[in-house]
Design a protein around this ligand. Structure first.
Ligand SMILES: Cc1cc2nc3c(=O)[nH]c(=O)nc-3n(C[C@H](O)[C@H](O)[C@H](O)COP(=O)(O)OP(=O)(O)OC[C@H]3O[C@@H](n4cnc5c(N)ncnc54)[C@H](O)[C@@H]3O)c2cc1C
Length: 398
């Protein structure tokens, strides 16, 4: 992508840098780089940071101003992401609403829904959780069984979701429900917006490998939401969900190489401290990790370019970026433990993991959420290489 900085873009970049330098201070600065997209380390501090960004109107800057955005251009959005990652600011606690649900609502929501929900996301007043996966319906999402029936002017929802990130903090859930069991699997699903705080919704945290409970199970027992809380058409939720997953697979990775670079820098420091840097193997691995971060950078730029020019290759490019970044991050996590040597096996009191230990553990999930590596490879094989489709469950009534 050609990101030659025109004078207005340079001015914008200066504005972002100045704001970050003035506001990423004190506790926020001490917590640079804290958290991951799917992690709730230092949650309260990250939430406070999101509110700081909101006060400066630096959340969702690509959204129209009427919803709290800045109507920023694609280049400005990319520049912001790059500067943000370069400053190593904390991961945003409310990324579910900002990066996943919000863009989906912008693309598919009604004008009333956009007016109702988007400003509360940019003001960090309402948090969102994604209720797609169910036990037995992850990769094969179209087999989902959570049902919604219209009862007067309300939907009544029964079923179970699992792995809902940020579910314990969510005020609202965007939930895929089967609204027409007689229709073919992909055609009887709707995306409903459901208030989380009600007697019919039971949220149960799941403890993860990092010792936190960022995701949860959610049980719906006669949960209710208003009849107009459907995004897109009733029974047309499949294409809405695919739009949401496309966002999850792609644009959230655009500045990832800079995150990786901070980790590689930290790992290089650790290798110097333990003397590992004298090993030829370690030096080669560190150089390789650096080169992989550069490839991720170019993958991100290629993806941005396909999005900007709408050339129809965005889905394939997003899959490539996701597979490459998640595989690389695992490798960085493992290498970081070698760089730390024996100290890598020690954790602080209360299972207090340091940043590199968090990378090792958190990166295990990156090849799973947002569509597993195997599913991305299937998509690339079929849609990009034109290989035969793998056998699918019969597309009859669900
Ligand atoms: C940290 C984390 C956060 C998450 N957050 C959310 C969330 O907020 N909301 C939400 O709805 N979900 C969330 N998920 C769930 C995630 O989307 C699913 O875990 C994922 O889609 C895989 O589904 P599954 O776990 O049921 O595994 P399965 O689909 O059962 O897959 C098991 C294994 O089989 C492989 N496999 C399956 N089908 C095929 C195939 N056709 N060809 C080849 N291999 C195949 C998979 O690649 C995988 O290795 C999260 C998951 C994690 C780890």
């Amino acid at each position: 992508m050609d990101l030659a900085l025109t004078p207005p873009l340079r001015e914008f970049q200066d504005e972002v840098r100045t704001w970050l330098a003035e506001h990423l201070v004190g506790e926020f600065r001490r917590h640079r780089g804290v958290g991951f997209s799917f992690d709730d380390h230092a949650w309260d501090l990250r939430l406070a940071w999101d509110r700081e960004l909101a006060a400066g109107r630096w959340l969702c800057i690509g959204w129209p101003e009427e919803y709290g955005g800045r109507g920023a251009s694609v280049d400005e959005q990319l520049l912001f992401q790059l500067e943000y990652a370069r400053a190593d600011a904390p991961y945003r606690a409310t990324s579910q609403g900002q990066d996943l649900f919000g863009p989906t609502l912008l693309a598919f929501g009604s004008p009333e829904q956009k007016r109702r929900f988007l400003p509360k996301i940019t003001a960090v007043q309402e948090l969102w959780g994604q209720g797609f996966s169910e036990p037995g319906s992850g990769s094969d999402l179209a087999s989902l069984r959570t049902r919604a029936l219209l009862d007067g002017d309300e939907w009544v929802i029964d079923g179970q979701k699992i792995w809902t990130s940020g579910g314990v903090y969510a005020d609202w859930l965007y939930v895929l429900c089967r609204t027409n069991p007689a229709a073919p699997r992909h055609k009887g699903i709707s995306m409903l917006l459901v208030p989380a705080d009600q007697p019919g919704v039971d949220v149960r945290p799941i403890r993860n490998i990092m010792g936190t409970s960022e995701f949860c199970e959610i049980f719906f027992n006669g949960a209710r939401t208003a009849a107009d809380m459907v995004v897109g058409e009733v029974d047309g939720g499949w294409s809405v969900a695919m739009g949401a997953l496309g966002t999850e697979r792609g644009t959230t990775l655009l500045a990832e190489h800079l995150r990786f670079q901070h980790e590689i820098d930290e790992m290089t420091t650790a290798a110097r401290e333990t003397g590992q840097h004298r090993s030829a193997m370690m030096r080669a691995e560190l150089a390789h990790a650096w080169a992989l971060a550069r490839i991720i950078e170019w993958n991100g730029r290629r993806l941005m370019s396909t999005l900007k020019h709408d050339d129809g290759n965005a889905a394939a490019q997003a899959s490539i970026s996701k597979v490459f970044a998640s595989t690389t991050h695992r490798r960085i996590g493992e290498l970081a433990m070698q760089a730390k040597g024996a100290a890598s096996e020690l954790v602080g009191a209360d299972y207090d993991l340091d940043r590199l230990q968090q990378v090792l553990l958190a990166s295990r999930a990156e090849s799973i959420y947002g569509g597993t590596t195997q599913i991305q490879l299937n998509l690339l094989a079929e849609r990009t290489l034109g290989l035969p489709r793998e056998p699918r469950p019969k597309d009859g009534p669900a």
